[in-house]
Design a protein. Sequence first.
Length: 324
Amino acid sequence: MDIMVRMTGAGGPDRLELAANPSEEPGSGEIRLRHEAIGVNFLDIYHRTGRYPLPSLPAVLGVEGAGVIEAVGSGVTRLTVGDRVAYAGTPIGAYAATRLLPETRAVLLPAGIPARLAAASMLKGLTAHMLMTRTYPVGPQSTVLVHAAAGGLGGLLTRWAKHLGAVVIGAVGSVEKADFARAAGADHVIVGRNADIVAEVGRITAGRGVDFAIDGIGGTTLAKTLGCVRKFGTVASIGQAAGPVPPLAVELLGPPRSLSLARPSVMTYAAETETYQRAAVEVFELLQAGIAPTIGGEYALADAAQAHTDLEAGRSTGSLLLLP
């Protein structure tokens, strides 16, 4: 029998429960997808803990996956039964063996991209695309600071920025993770959760600071990240792995520093249908060129709670997958 994992209420991983997953007939403009792999993201944890509340419960978590279409509804013209597709974004509901999905969310997978790689890459790839094209135009003259550079997103950001010719400074929490960041292409690695990141970036850049800093840590780290950026540089705050960001005084941005602070959302980015389809094609092109995240762990769908536990505790590197 097919299963799904649903969240019964806000809280810890124990709020995830197994349930039967009966197949549903797709409605107009919908497909039914049988997952081969499902991506696990910090966004799922934010939903589970209630940091980003969901409108109703119980709810099936998950915002990305890949698999094979096994049924299509009326009005579906671009896709057909048997097509291999991947997706990311809303509506949530990926933690299931099968699910319904709007046709506009599904992107055809090129023959050379395995479903596991696609499921590990869609949301992170769209995030990287958003950050390096719309938030800040990363190029050969750029110096970029990437927090959590050993994580699934951090590793991909490092690889992508290097592909664009940038100098990358990666920040990681341990010596073991430093090796992972270097393997992803980081030119410099700052090690340790308590490292003086402002001083280290100053040393590496001869006091100039980086052009672009990407902070998915949140908490008290964001204020430190602001101190790592050159005048008229840009900081992107994209996550809260260490907790909510305390209120920031606008004086921290300028006028002496003259910084730009962005709070971009990949879910909003992916909601732009034309942007989503175009960016997904570019993500697939980079995957085929070898610019891809490392898959750091695979779990049975029934073990979603353990995947959450490992990701939340910082025990993992690379992208995590659930396999139905």
